[in-house]
Ligand binder design. Structure first.
Ligand code: TRP
Length: 326
């Protein structure tokens, strides 16, 4: 089970950091993938853009290979029981531990005018999402590890007090190290909070992809053979490894080692290979977005499957809590 926040457009970092894992998992496990529209209310109270964002994120994930026939792909708000389970879990979550959460402190610092209770209990809602399907594997990035640890604590408390109903959820990744997708500005990873020019979005057109890649920082090249690469050059090689053929990468490795590398050419090649990878996903996304009937049908199907699972869990939960008066 995993959740995707609908608060930004999907970019290359999301693909290699998350979506690619979902696509692989959907063949091996019973999967629930969810658009976290309720979570987005904690930081984005203005909902005028919500519908469009949710539909775009749905379409982009499907275009990237997430298959609604294999996995259950649904919207958080379509599982009404989530609110109920969240309420029960809130009684097992302590104010002190919630206040210590790193993401809460960050968001409170960024938006001191809107430190709402939903923000404080964000990890409680996330726990409700996960255990609603009694999931044990949660494919998430490093930034979510603390939330998962809290989820385990809430689960242990619930099980201890009311009976063993839930497995303990753990972060899941195929490889030990998550693939890091560097940004194009030479520092840090590609993320939606960075400036737009360092991030490659699937909605970017070919020209914009070229422009962003060509702007990536380089220098006049190494002067001694087999020198080590500065970070910003290493980053360009890392991006190339994601989308280019092995012989192309090999050629630029050699050119670097011989001090004959021409970064302009390398970036042109990278831009074209990037376009080859990203453009088909962009066009598939617009096909899906143009087909409102398909999108609605897909959402309804996801909701029905998620509801079925939620209903079963909640029967067990109400029974365990003793809320079964007749
Ligand atoms: N908090 C997650 C994020 O910021 C999104 C999310 C919501 C989630 N519910 C979840 C992730 C359940 C995993 C499981 O990306």
């Amino acid at each position: 089970m995993s959740g995707i926040r609908p608060t930004g457009m999907v970019h290359l970092g999301n693909y290699y950091g998350a979506i690619r894992n979902y696509v692989r998992m959907q063949d091996e496990f019973e999967c629930y993938f969810m658009i976290a529209d309720l979570h987005s209310l904690t930081t984005h109270p203005d909902t005028r853009e919500l519908k469009n964002n949710v539909k775009r994120v749905l379409a982009e994930n499907i275009a990237c290979g997430l298959d609604p026939d294999k996995a259950t792909f649904y919207c958080q708000s379509h599982v009404r029981e989530t609110g109920e389970l969240y309420l029960y879990l809130n009684m097992l979550a302590y104010k002190g531990e919630l206040e210590k959460t790193v993401t809460f402190k960050d968001k409170a610092r960024q938006h001191p005018e809107n430190v709402n209770a939903g923000l404080l209990t964000y990890p409680v809602l996330q726990t409700a999402d996960i255990i609603m399907h009694r999931a044990s594997l949660v494919p998430v990035g490093k930034d979510q590890e603390q939330h998962l640890e809290m989820a385990r604590n809430f689960v242990v408390r619930f099980n201890h007090r009311y009976g063993e109903i839930f497995p303990e959820p753990h972060a899941f990744n195929y490889n030990q190290e998550l693939v890091k997708v560097p940004g194009l500005d030479g520092s840090g990873k590609m993320s939606k909070s960075e400036n737009g020019m360092s991030t490659l979005y699937f909605s970017d057109n070919d020209e914009l992809i070229r422009k962003k890649v060509m702007k990536a920082k380089t220098d006049s090249g190494p002067t001694t053979p087999y020198s080590s690469k500065p970070d910003y050059i290493e980053n360009i090689f890392m991006l190339m490894k994601l989308v280019s053929q092995a012989d192309v990468i090999e050629k630029y490795e050699q050119d670097f080692n011989n001090c004959t590398i021409r970064y302009g050419d390398m970036k042109k090649q990278l831009a074209e290979d990037m376009i080859n990878f990203m453009a088909p996903i962009r066009s598939k996304t617009s096909d899906i977005l143009a087909n409102e009937d398909y999108l609605v049908e897909m959402m309804k199907k996801g909701a029905a499957k998620a509801n079925e699972s939620a209903k079963k869990t909640m029967e067990l939960v109400r029974e365990a809590l003793g809320l079964n008066y007749f």
